[in-house]
Design a protein around this ligand. Structure first.
Ligand code: CUA
Length: 311
């Protein structure tokens, strides 16, 4: 699916696309009206051999001047009116005391998502139910980021120490891609957002699975990985529900295995890509706050088995 503002999938984003097309069409018509007579005059009234007189000098035409003053004023007034309407449609006012359905926090260089009602915390990838308008509260933990999923709504800055609000809504189930839209450092390009719109029933099932506390594995590589995770410094930054790891500096890993990508979209969430990431994060996303832990291949293998089991 192409994630472009030309292909909106929500009433919020549709209003912006309509304004864009109306502006482009009006701009195109004005361009032709100005360019056509100009080109015609160049050709029709060009200097020819044997011309010796000055051409006719037009020193003013009240009717024409009124026309080219009033017409642009009317066009601009119409676009201004349509813009106000679009602002209202794409960004409806937030009712007093409304509680957010989703809290987004930008970090260098990943997104934290919290669902206050269900207590679900995830990263870089969210599920939303179709046909429901979600109130999204947006903030930042460090520098200014910008949250934008073009097919679903407008963009909004994520500013440290300040909360903004937008609405997010999807007409149809599908995967909608977004990204950070405010330059925020070396890995700005790798702050991707993946919104998976589910039917209400599928969303309820996802919600339920995300609320499960993972069982701590007791056998095999996954058990080894689970012990390693707690003994290494992983738990200084990450949270996994049901374990001693409860830090929220890096992405929540409670259900890492259920997500489609890793490191905010750099890698697919496959055992091979996860092993590459754990083996040398700095080679894949230079500057990211995930350090190289100099793990042995056996340790990587065990950690991959454990983390991929966190469905
Ligand atoms: Cu975050 Cu750009």
């Amino acid at each position: 699916m192409i994630s472009s503002p030309f292909n909106p999938n929500s009433p919020l984003a549709s209003s912006i696309t309509t304004l864009l097309f109306v502006t482009l069409i009006i701009g195109g018509i004005v361009f032709l009206i100005v360019l056509g007579p100009t080109l015609y005059s160049y050709i029709r009234f060009r200097a020819r051999p044997g011309d010796d007189e000055e051409p006719y000098q037009n020193l003013g035409n009240t009717r024409l001047e009124v026309l080219w003053t009033v017409t642009p004023a009317v066009v601009l007034a119409a676009l201004f009116g349509l813009t106000l309407l679009t602002m209202r449609r794409s960004d409806p006012p937030v009712p007093d005391n409304a509680q957010p359905d989703l809290i987004v926090t930008g970090h260098q260089w990943w997104w934290e998502f919290q669902y206050p009602d269900s207590g679900i915390v995830t990263a870089n990838e969210i599920h939303i139910p179709t046909g429901k308008r979600l109130l999204v509260q947006v903030t930042s933990a460090d520098v200014i980021h910008n949250f934008w999923v073009p097919q679903l709504g407008r963009k909004v800055d994520a500013t440290p120490g300040y909360t903004s609000h937008i609405w997010l809504e999807a007409n149809k189930p599908g995967t909608y891609l977004g990204a950070c839209n405010e330059y925020c450092g070396t890995q700005h390009a790798w702050m991707r957002i993946r919104v998976i719109a589910d039917s209400p029933a599928d969303f309820a099932a996802w919600e339920q699975s995300q609320q499960q506390v993972p069982v701590i594995p007791t056998t095999g590589d996954a058990a080894k990985g689970s012990q390693l995770f707690q003994s290494l410094t992983c738990s200084n930054c990450h949270n996994i529900d049901g374990t001693a790891a409860n830090a929220h500096i890096g992405p929540d890993l409670t259900h890492l295995g259920s997500r489609e990508t890793l490191a905010a979209g750099v890698l697919n969430n496959t055992p091979g890509d996860l092993a590459a990431w754990l083996g040398n994060p700095q080679a894949i996303k230079p500057g990211a706050h995930m350090p190289n832990l100099n793990l042995t291949p056996d340790e990587v293998h065990a950690l991959v088995a454990y983390l991929e089991s966190l469905q």
